[in-house]
Design a protein around this ligand. Structure first.
Ligand code: ADP
Ligand code: MG
Length: 460
């Protein structure tokens, strides 16, 4: 086969691969990350692409390389691996001149990296959009506030302050705001970065005596988003600079969005004036996920992965067991899907338990007997002391039996241990309680629902 014909074939493959990437990831991500890639060579199943910066190379390698390979293998079964090199656009342009290869749609090498004005901004994850964000009770306020900020052309509240524990969707919401604004109004300047990056840039500017440019960059944006602001606790000069940037932007009526792992009043190591400023706008927290939200997220992820149908039992099991955060939940789903794909078997409850046994153990929440007693007492409106008392009236005896039953179900305690925690009762009393509750659950569905509700609450 003539060399030129072969090249033409490969170029056509690359064009089709790019088309599929574009369809899958959307225009914005395609333009930022995939379009700047240049095809270099194909040899013995290895495809070489180049990216204009090291940073872009790393990002593409982490986020897209697998997909590129999959698509390419679909085009040409000989392709085994993708390698991405770094080549500055200038080198690439020179190389291209030399090679004089007239390819269709040569990458636009005059385009500077992303948009030159906001080069402080960190890359946005193409998956973190509002479309991909599942809304439930625990996150509805944060989500509504983020939407408001993204959709309004004025500044609804300043700052929007989002906080939660890890892996509950703060970064996702911030990226979603940025994507939405960029799409709606590409002229608006949005900077998103972590507080850590902010500090790093600031120190760099100090070192290179370039603080004027630094200030200009940050003070000329329309929307500034700083993620994980707890990072600058105790870092005084960074806080100082951040405080001034913050004030300058608020004065010009520019939108600020902040995230942290705690509320402004609980953030330690922050100067008082900054702390109080952070609480001026809308403070919205994302609560730990509920069972319903976890199930919703799993369904949405499974759908977007486009894999074999996952049995409802398995989804419910995961939603029930992986309660720590959404990142772990996603990780669990990815693992069982990868496992099933790899060994070519369907997903069942058994394989799920097998594949995830380490994760499941870590997520076994340690419910204490004291917690159970407290919740059950609250639920039936009796005193906690009645859990230990000798009173035998039905109104207290029944809740006590329910608490014993739940203690048996939800903790690893033995019957005698449980008995001791209930006012030093005998293990046979506990056994009797467990049987009694089981019996009642089988005959009285209202009672059974009550117990089930308690169990869910306790399992978080
Ligand atoms: P945080 O910044 O609060 O630590 P992230 O935003 O990084 O959490 O979220 C962790 C992972 O969970 C991400 O992959 C994100 O897409 C996913 N995630 C979190 N909340 C949701 C949600 N409500 N719907 C869909 N995905 C979510
Ligand atoms: Mg985050």
């Amino acid at each position: 086969m003539a060399e030129s014909e072969f090249r033409g074939g490969v170029d056509a493959q690359w064009a089709r691969v790019r088309g599929r990437l574009r369809a899958e990831y959307g225009e914005a991500a395609y333009k930022s990350w995939l379009k700047p890639l240049t095809f270099k060579s194909m040899e013995g199943g290895l495809v070489r692409l180049s990216a204009p910066t090291r940073f872009m190379r790393d990002w593409v390698a982490n986020h897209y390389a697998d997909r590129i390979r999959t698509f390419w293998t679909g085009e040409n079964s000989g392709v085994r691996a993708i390698d991405i090199l770094v080549e500055s656009t200038r080198d690439a342009a020179a190389g291209k001149l030399k090679a004089k290869a007239e390819r269709e749609q040569a990458p636009d090498t005059s385009e500077p990296e992303q948009d030159g004005r906001s080069n402080f901004s960190a890359p946005l994850d193409p998956r973190f959009t509002f479309e991909n964000y599942v809304v439930g009770k625990p996150n509805e306020l944060a989500h509504a506030a983020a939407r408001r900020v993204a959709e309004s052309s004025t500044v609804p509240f300043n700052p929007l302050f989002l906080y939660s524990g890890v892996g509950l969707g703060k970064t996702h919401l911030m990226h979603a705001i940025a994507w939405h604004i960029k799409k709606r109004d590409p002229a608006r300047r949005v900077i998103y970065l972590s507080a850590e990056k902010f500090m790093y840039q600031f120190i760099r500017a100090l070192r290179f005596k370039d603080t004027v440019a630094f200030k200009e960059q940050f003070r000329s944006v329309d929307v500034l988003m700083i993620d994980d602001v707890q990072f600058i606790s105790g870092k005084e000069s960074t806080q100082e600079e951040f405080f001034h940037t913050f004030n300058a932007l608020v004065d010009q009526n520019r939108q600020i969005v902040i995230s942290a792992d705690k509320s402004p009043s609980d953030l330690e190591g922050l100067e008082e004036r900054l702390r109080s400023r952070l609480g001026w706008g809308l403070v919205a927290d994302i609560h730990p996920t509920s069972y319903e939200l976890r199930l919703g997220i799993l369904q949405s992820k499974a759908e977007s992965m486009g894999v074999q149908p996952i049995p409802a039992k398995v989804m419910e099991f995961l939603a029930h067991k992986i309660t720590s955060n959404v990142r772990e939940l996603e990780g669990a789903l990815n693992r069982i899907v990868a496992h099933a794909t790899l060994i070519g078997r369907s997903i069942t409850l058994e394989t799920t338990q097998e594949v995830l046994h380490d994760l499941l153990r870590a997520n076994d929440r340690r419910v204490t007997i004291e917690e159970i007693q407290k919740r059950v007492a609250e639920h039936f409106n009796i005193r906690i002391s009645d859990m230990h008392s000798a009173r035998r009236a039905r109104a207290v005896a029944r809740p006590r039996q329910v608490a014993m039953y739940l203690a048996k179900q939800l903790t690893a305690r033995s019957l005698p241990e449980i008995g001791r925690k209930f006012g030093g009762r005998d293990h046979t009393t506990v056994m009797h309680a467990v049987r009694k509750v089981e019996e009642l659950r089988a005959t009285d569905s209202g009672f059974s629902d009550d117990v089930e509700l308690l169990r869910r609450m306790l399992e978080g």
